[in-house]
Design a protein around this ligand. Structure first.
Ligand SMILES: Nc1nc2c(ncn2[C@@H]2O[C@H](COP(=O)(O)OP(=O)(O)OP(=O)(O)O)[C@@H](O)[C@H]2O)c(=O)[nH]1
Length: 321
């Protein structure tokens, strides 16, 4: 994108040394120190290096036709980049003037150029350039706000990992991908043990901190692109593991369980520290199967892990709900 400066950068392209000198004098009287080029090749070269705001472009040059130069400059402009092109012409036929605008010119000045008219046109272009710059600024701000909005709407505010909405969206996508690839997909549901008791004993703020710490361990377990760690709700988390069978998923869940226990967060349970229970199910997605059933099966396995005494991993079967 063009560098932002308050001073206007004007390039004058004119093969007649006398006219060039006159135009430069006119511009200097507006406190503009112009760049100059006497050939088409020189104009394109200076445009590339300097990215001027305005080009006063002689329509007839010895090497490249001014219209062709305008066309090439428009082709090189990048997004958010705009240079005002004013043709300097002695042509008076409407068709020639129209052609100049068609190839990318913004305005024209009849030769011999009047100082008053040149000043007026430069002022008008300056206004347009400022408007274009503020539009670009606004569009950048909008883009940034949209990105932030997107991040906020898919991230859990407390833990910073994916929220339920993101989970719902990405898990289905991963289910379909695994179905196409004929690969298994695993779901691990993880739940902090006796968390109500934790909140009651240590308070909600400590409860929130505990959730953040556990979320960190859950997120660590999902490093591959096809993995997703999400806060499913309350003190429950979910791991979607693409292309993973039950053994692999059990291994991942066992690791998270161990890492959470290793955090050593004090609790008033017999284990004396915060632990989690995990329900694991893996399945090969196929016709008649659904992610919804996988979810209910993993939830059932989690219930089994709780029944088995907590701080444990239970592997369930798809369809056993
Ligand atoms: N601090 C805090 N607590 C939460 C949040 N979301 C849910 N909880 C609490 O999590 C607790 C969940 O309790 P239960 O569903 O009864 O389960 P539990 O006490 O963990 O018992 P088991 O799951 O059977 O081991 C409730 O006390 C909720 O208030 C949160 O964002 N912050």
């Amino acid at each position: 994108m063009k560098k932002r400066t308050d001073a206007l950068k004007v390039l004058v392209v004119e093969d007649s040394k006398v006219t060039l000198k006159v135009l430069c004098n006119f511009l200097e009287r507006m406190d503009i120190k112009p760049l100059t080029a006497e050939t088409g090749a020189g104009a394109i070269d200076t445009y590339r290096k300097e990215r001027p705001d305005i080009i006063l472009l002689d329509a007839q040059l010895p090497d490249i036709d001014g219209f062709e130069i305008a066309r090439q400059i428009r082709a090189q402009e990048q997004k958010d980049d705009w240079t005002a092109i004013i043709f300097l012409t002695s042509m008076s036929k409407d068709a020639d003037l129209a052609r100049g605008i068609e190839v990318g010119g913004d305005d024209y000045l009849m030769k011999p150029v009047s100082e008053v008219v040149l000043h007026a046109k430069v002022r008008a272009m300056r206004r347009l350039i400022e408007m274009q710059r503020s539009l670009v600024d606004v569009s950048h701000q909008l883009n940034a706000a949209n990105k932030e909005l997107q991040r906020l709407s898919t991230t859990d505010g407390l833990t910073g990992i994916a929220n339920r909405r993101m989970f719902d969206e990405l898990s289905i996508r991963e289910w379909r991908r695994c179905e196409r690839m004929k690969k298994p997909i695993a779901l691990v549901m993880l739940d902090i043990d006796s968390f109500k008791l934790f909140n009651d004993h240590y308070g909600h703020q400590m409860g929130d901190e505990c959730l953040r710490a556990v979320a960190g361990q859950v997120a660590r377990a999902a490093p591959r692109a096809a993995d997703l760690a999400a806060r499913y709700g309350g003190e429950e988390f979910a791991l979607v593991l693409g292309e993973t069978d039950a053994d692999g998923a059990r291994w991942v869940a066992e690791n998270v369980r161990q890492h959470v226990a290793d955090l050593g967060i004090s609790h008033v349970t017999p284990a004396r520290r915060v632990t989690i229970s995990c329900g694991v199910v893996s399945v090969l997605p196929q016709s008649g199967y659904s992610f919804e059933t996988l979810l209910r099966s993993a939830d059932r396995a989690l219930y089994q892990a709780k029944k088995n005494g907590r701080d444990t991993v239970a592997v369930g079967e798809y369809g056993k709900v």
